[in-house]
Design a protein around this ligand. Structure first.
Ligand SMILES: [Zn+2]
Length: 298
């Protein structure tokens, strides 16, 4: 199962209906917790997810709305007796803040710290790119390698059955039968997470080909001056980012408390989002990864 559990959608100031940031991506039995702001532990209870589901924690930067929930979540993991290793990723310049947050958490979690200071792969299938905010910030993406989907009728016609199917997949060839003859290309799924940033090349690289792009849209288009001054995206800029990357689903979040009605932001993003479906994230939403892009047999 692959889905995103939205734990909070507020930027700097939470509101009655929007908790500070927090997103749990459930990906094939693994849980990646992005940017746990204040109150994340309690939001997880409301969302019906547990701290034991978290394997990796990814911080974009160390502003409070993206990390003040860390001690609570770590303490809860210790209380719940989590035994698996937990990996924590963050920008290297945030080391002091991260260590302070970890220091006040209950001990007992097998926690591994992974600071990063450049674009690249930080864990298998997990990449970072620098963003452009007021302090060092990185966005993340998950990239599943492209693969092939087997076609049962062609396998049957070629007489490949049982354990031979696995052998053919691993080795690419079984006697006279080549894998390409009994399968079609399958594009790997991509999930991108772009938080606090002005428009920048790193954000564009992360968005490229994403099935789901989670993007901050702190401000409405009419507040573009504020977005520029504080290095954030407007809703329209988030839409343009999705269009440039050929994104399928754009999930808007990290809203300023000044907006109660978010429909205008959705419309502003949609106006520039090209083919992307634009969705306003609400606290406790569950957003499934869309079905794979279909590839037809030839
Ligand atoms: Zn923020």
């Amino acid at each position: 199962m692959r889905e995103l559990v939205v734990l909070g959608t507020a930027s700097q100031v939470p509101t009655r209906t929007r908790n500070h940031n927090g997103y749990l991506l459930l990906w094939d039995g693994r849980g990646l917790l992005f940017d746990p702001g204040e109150g994340t532990q309690r939001q997880m209870i409301h969302a019906g997810v547990s701290a034991t589901q978290v394997h990796r924690i990814c911080l974009t930067h160390v502003h409070g709305d993206h990390c003040y929930g860390l001690p609570g979540v770590l303490s809860r993991m210790a209380l719940d007796g989590v035994t698996h290793p937990v990996h924590l990723h963050y920008p290297a310049s945030g080391e002091d803040v991260v260590r302070a947050l970890v220091a006040v958490a209950s001990p007992g979690v097998d926690l591994h710290l992974h600071p990063h200071g450049a674009a690249g792969e930080v864990a298998p299938g997990v990449e970072v790119r620098p963003l452009h905010h007021r302090i060092e910030t990185y966005g993340y993406r998950l990239v599943e390698p492209d693969g092939r989907t087997l076609l049962p009728e062609r396998l049957a016609a070629a007489g490949v059955t049982g354990p031979d199917v696995g052998r053919l997949q691993r080795e690419g060839r079984l006697g006279e039968v080549r894998l390409e003859e009994v399968s079609v290309p399958r594009r790997g799924q991509r999930f991108a997470f772009v938080m606090d940033t002005a428009p920048c090349p790193g954000a564009e690289e992360l968005a490229e080909g994403a099935d789901v792009l989670v993007a901050e849209s702190t401000f409405a288009d009419e507040d573009a001056d504020l977005a520029r001054d504080y290095r954030h995206l407007t809703a329209g800029q988030a839409g343009a980012l999705a269009a440039s990357g050929g994104v399928r689903t754009l999930l808007l979040t990290h809203f300023s408390s000044r907006y109660t009605d978010l429909e205008p932001l959705r419309e502003q993003a949609a106006a520039r989002a090209g083919e992307a479906d634009v969705v306003v994230a609400r606290d406790l939403d569950r957003v499934p990864m869309p079905r794979r892009r279909t590839t037809t047999a030839r």
